[in-house]
Design a protein around this ligand. Structure first.
Ligand SMILES: NC(=O)c1ccc[n+]([C@@H]2O[C@H](COP(=O)([O-])OP(=O)(O)OC[C@H]3O[C@@H](n4cnc5c(N)ncnc54)[C@H](OP(=O)(O)O)[C@@H]3O)[C@@H](O)[C@H]2O)c1
Length: 451
């Protein structure tokens, strides 16, 4: 157990992210002795609240029960205008009150992109971040295109050292996304078959059943392509198709992911966007909105390993189910014995039911001689008594420990925006859909893909 004092200062502490993810994650990490029990959460807000009022309000933002006893003991609500430099002096005094020489500071910017520059500048000018061990977590969206992402990076480097900057993509903290490197590089059976000679196609999908709920404001300016593909799906795909990193380090893995992003090419004729029927009637959505709530992309990677292998990305709202999954489909066996019932597929289930399944062809047992297919599976649920830690727990823990492996590097972000910009400029087909079946039918007209 670490005994060093730890202060986690949250900007935007009256928001949805803080209520649903950050407060529960910090609570669990402390109670499970992963971080110092001497932790103080400094919740910054512009509203006039006592601690009790604040915690009462935060409870209204989440359906899970906040740990009131823990938060009463470890949290302070601090009223200030985060856009006013003057207010940072009293914030600094507050932090100093709790600090000693070894205190570590983590700043979490759970605020919208419009506040990023102002708050970064104020943190810098008030000298809140001084030690290299002080870290700042920046939430997405990290820009809205290549130029703006580049501008944000330039702006941050004016104020902070790169080692202090943590650009979060919480998807990378999900259990099965963290498992990709182990699965790919820790198994002899995959070592020589993870390539174009043996893999027929790769699909990364993230389907949601819900519509946009109450996120109209942000979502309508972004859409599925920018909200999901630029960050989560491109990151997952990169891990799946990257060349073997030179060593098992954060930088070496990022170097290989970046190579993927540099050599990925989308097929704009076979890719398309969609919008669910009823989207225009959602609260606060303009009647003429052309925002995409569904994306299907076909891509190719120009690399020795995967040239000519179709790579598919699919994500959207109001689909048939909530599911995130990676499907690696292998090629047919090359012998003439006719014993293959189905092509082999490796399923990496990100959510729900985290785990891995591999469908294996075999003989039907008993007197029957026919072929059948069954799943060999590793299911986390079957092995776990308690709940899996949330992705945000892992992300916050790693930032505290100075491990940025699951955080996204500046050049990965810029290059993935470059890809998104290309797709936006190519003006992909845009359709309205009622059901996932319609989308599936359209995809299956040209692609041999099992959805
Ligand atoms: N929610 C999620 O699950 C999620 C997931 C991934 C990324 N993110 C990102 O995380 C960030 C925060 O998201 P959120 O969902 O928590 O947003 P939110 O619910 O809208 O909360 C925004 C926070 O920023 C504060 N704020 C806004 N304008 C301000 C101003 N001018 N001065 C001071 N404070 C101001 C709000 O304070 P008031 O309450 O006083 O208005 C509130 O505390 C966003 O960038 C979002 O894209 C969120």
């Amino acid at each position: 157990m670490k005994t060093k004092k730890l202060i986690i200062t949250i900007f935007g502490s009256t928001g949805d992210l803080t209520a649903r993810k950050l407060l529960p994650a910090i609570t669990n990490l402390t109670k499970n002795k992963e971080i110092s029990k001497d932790v103080l959460i400094l919740a910054l807000g512009r509203r006039e609240y006592t601690k009790k009022d604040y915690l009462d309000y935060m409870q209204t933002l989440t359906s899970s029960k906040l740990d009131r006893d823990f938060l009463e003991d470890h949290l302070e609500y601090f009223k200030m205008q985060i856009t006013e430099l003057n207010d940072y002096h009293s914030l600094k005094n507050k932090i100093n009150e709790y600090s000693d020489r070894n205190t570590q500071n983590l700043f979490y910017l759970a605020i919208g992109p419009e506040l990023l520059e102002n708050v970064s500048k104020n943190i810098f000018e008030s000298k809140l971040v001084e030690k290299l061990s002080d870290r700042i977590i920046f939430e997405k969206p990290f820009g809205h295109n290549y130029d703006s992402a580049k501008e944000i990076n330039q702006m941050l480097w004016q104020y902070f050292k790169e080692q202090q900057i943590y650009r979060i993509d919480h998807y990378l903290g999900k259990e099965m996304v963290r498992n990709i490197v182990n699965l790919r590089f820790g198994n002899k059976i995959f070592e020589h078959i993870w390539n174009k000679d043996n893999i027929a196609s790769i699909t990364v999908l993230a389907k949601e059943e819900e519509g946009i709920l109450n996120r109209a404001g942000y979502y309508d300016t972004a859409g599925a392509l920018k909200d999901m593909v630029q960050s989560h799906l491109l990151q997952v795909l990169s891990l799946i198709v990257m060349d073997t990193p030179l060593e098992n380090t954060s930088e070496a893995i990022k170097d290989k992911k970046l190579e993927v992003l540099n050599h990925l090419e989308f097929d704009s004729k076979l890719s398309f966007l969609g919008q669910y029927e009823g989207y225009l009637q959602e609260k606060n959505i303009p009647a003429t909105s052309q925002t995409d709530t569904f994306v299907f992309l076909k891509a190719e990677l120009h690399s020795k390993l995967f040239e000519n292998v179709p790579l598919y990305l699919l994500t959207g709202k109001k689909l048939d189910e909530k599911k995130s999954q990676i499907i690696i489909e292998f090629r047919s066996v090359s012998n003439q014995l006719n014993l293959e019932k189905e092509t082999n597929k490796l399923y990496i289930d990100i959510s729900p039911n985290e785990g891995v399944r591999f469908n294996l062809n075999h003989k039907v047992f008993g007197l029957n001689d026919e072929s059948a297919t069954s799943d060999m599976k590793y299911s986390i649920k079957d092995n776990l008594k308690d709940e899996l830690p949330e992705a945000y727990e892992k992300m916050i823990l790693d930032a505290i420990n100075g491990n940025n492996q699951l955080y996204v590097r500046w050049d990965e972000i810029e290059q993935s925006w470059r890809l998104i910009d290309q797709l936006v400029n190519q003006e992909l087909d845009f359709i309205r859909y009622k059901t996932f079946d319609e989308l599936k039918e359209r995809i299956k007209k040209t692609e041999k893909i099992d959805l």
